[in-house]
Every structure is written in structure tokens, then in C-alpha cells.
Design a protein around this ligand. Sequence first.
Ligand code: KG4
Ligand code: ZN
Length: 342
Amino acid sequence: MTIVLGIESSCDETGVGLVRLDGDGRLELLADEVASSVEQHARFGGVVPEVASRAHLEAMVPTMRRAFEVAGLKLSDVDAIAVTSGPGLAGALLVGVSAAKAYALSLGVPLYGANHLAGHVAADTLEHGPLPSPCLALLVSGGHSQLLRVDDLATRITEIGSTIDDAAGEAYDKVARVLGLPYPGGPPIDRAARRGNPRAIAFPRGLTGPRDAEYDFSFSGLKTAVARWVEARERDGEEVPLDDVAASFQEAVADVLTAKAVRAAERFDIGTMVVSGGVAANSRIKALAAERCAAAGITLRVPKPRLCTDNGAMVAALGAHLVAAGVEPSSLDLSATPGLPV
Ligand code: KG4
Ligand code: ZN
């Protein structure tokens, strides 16, 4: 039995998770505490790196204390520590990495640098158990939009495609701003879209032409198209049908994401798809993914929203997979790597 502590600080969430790895490779979630600085960024319409770093500094120790309290554990019970070392914001990552190094040194336990993207996939194993190999992961959040082939969570993840400009969540946040909706934009657009007609406006689907990269995404053109459409309406003094715009924008995002993910799964003969990241909470993306996966005979796994958004439990889960796979721990020279690839 191994207790793994996971620390996450790559963006605006300070996350501390504790998991227990049993001898048979099973994971049990013991604590998952998150402190978010999202409200401090709201008035800027996006995450302000300096503000995020300071918030991590303030939240790290109290979040750590809460996690140990919830789990009923002491620091000395920890057998290994995993920390997100990238990708993410440099200053934000450094807070978690520095804390993890200090705890690892003082407790005399191994330290593992964890890839944030792999962590998002690992989150699903906390809810649905071990992943079959291979599986396809669609990661969609405010910072990333990627299609990954996962042969082994600890050692073998390959990128099949990614966004060439904005992340899906970023597009939601920017479109929300255009529509006068609050940040983060995903939840209010999702709600407005339920009242609107997804076929009201034919917004463009990026990178779906015959000569375009088959598994890459592009959301910047879609965001601009929505802004232009709204501006034109306003210029003409016409009312903007907010619910229809939200529904039509959301349909374009959900359509492209799920079509490309299912096509990749079919092409590479992968029978299981995991959708994770904050945008995986989206009702239409979940529904369309379920519909298209069922039609293609693909098993769909979507963790609950709490595990989809940034958290420390996913890092602890990935750490447990690294321990179980016998991966060499990092040295205390571990640093933050903002552009860390999968
Ligand atoms: O994973 P996450 O919490 O943080 C990042 O790593 O970015 O994702 C946050 C993103 C935000 O852009 C937010 O607007 C989006 O996830 N989001 C949603 C929904 N809930 C959150 N996007 C679409 N629909 C939702 N229901
Ligand atoms: Zn994330």
C-alpha cells in the first residue's frame, strides 16, 4: 500500500490530492482539495499569471492542511509525491514544484514530475478504474485542446493532434465576452445554448477542409466569425439573439471536437475514448460524443466535472501510475517546464 500526494499549480487552481495505491494496482481517492483564484481573474477576462502565482503561494499550505485533514492522514504517511512540472504558467508551476521539493526533501520520499496533460487522463482512472490500452484521450480545457493516443499512462502517450491557435475553453471565454457573459464563459454559454437553436447560424468549422490537418483543431476563426456576426447585428441596430448565437457556436465546437476524435479512434483502431479537461463538462459535447461513440462502437469515458477541471487528485493518480510502473523518480533539481510536451 502506497500513499501518493499530488500537487497541482499549473494555472489558476491550487490542487492537493491524496490517493492510496493498493498492491493489486487499484487506486483509492482519499482527498481532493482545490483552491481557485478564478474570481480574481474574472474582471480581466482571463488568467493573469502574476495574480495566479501569488494566489498559489497563499493557498498552497492551507490547501495541503485541508487535504490531510479530509484524508485523516499525517505528512509522515506519504510514500511518494507527484507534482505538475508542466505544461503551464512558469511562475504558477514553480510554486507547486518548490513546495513538492521541500516536502520530498524533508520527508525523505521520492519526487515525481508529472505532466499535466497525462494527469487529466489519469483523473479518469480514479472514477472508472484502469484504462484499456490503447485508448484515445480528447483533452479540452482553457489551456489545451489535444487528441492523444495513450498506450501507457506512465510511459507512452503520443499526440495525434492539437489546436493550432486557441484552446476550446479559450474560445468559450472569448465568445462569452463578445456576448457580455461572465468569465469563465463555458458554463453561461452552455446554459444559454440549451434555450437556443444550434442550427440558427452556420458558423465555420475550423480545419475541416480536404487539405487541412485531419486531427488538428482551430477555434480562432470561429471566435472571430461569432464576433463579426454579433457586430454586424449591433451595427444594424438589431437585437442579438444570444441563445441562438450561443447554441450555434457551441454546436460548431462540439461538432468539430467529437467528429475528429471519433475519426481518430476509428483510424487508429482504438476502442475507448476519454474526454477530460474543464470543457468536458459541456452538456452538448458530452451528448454528441456519446451519440457518435455509440454509433461507432467506441466506449466513452467522461469523468465527473470535479475531476475534469484542474485538481491535485489527478496528479496524485498519475504519480501512483508512475510508482506502479517503476518509473525513475525525479531529482531535487526538478524544475518547471512551461512548454512540456506529453
Ligand atoms: O480544466 P480547466 O478548469 O482549466 C484549464 O486547465 O484551463 O478548464 C477551464 C475551461 C474554461 O475555459 C471554461 O470556460 C471551460 O473550461 N468550461 C466549459 C464548461 N465549464 C467550464 N466550457 C464549456 N462548457 C462548460 N460547461
Ligand atoms: Zn488542465
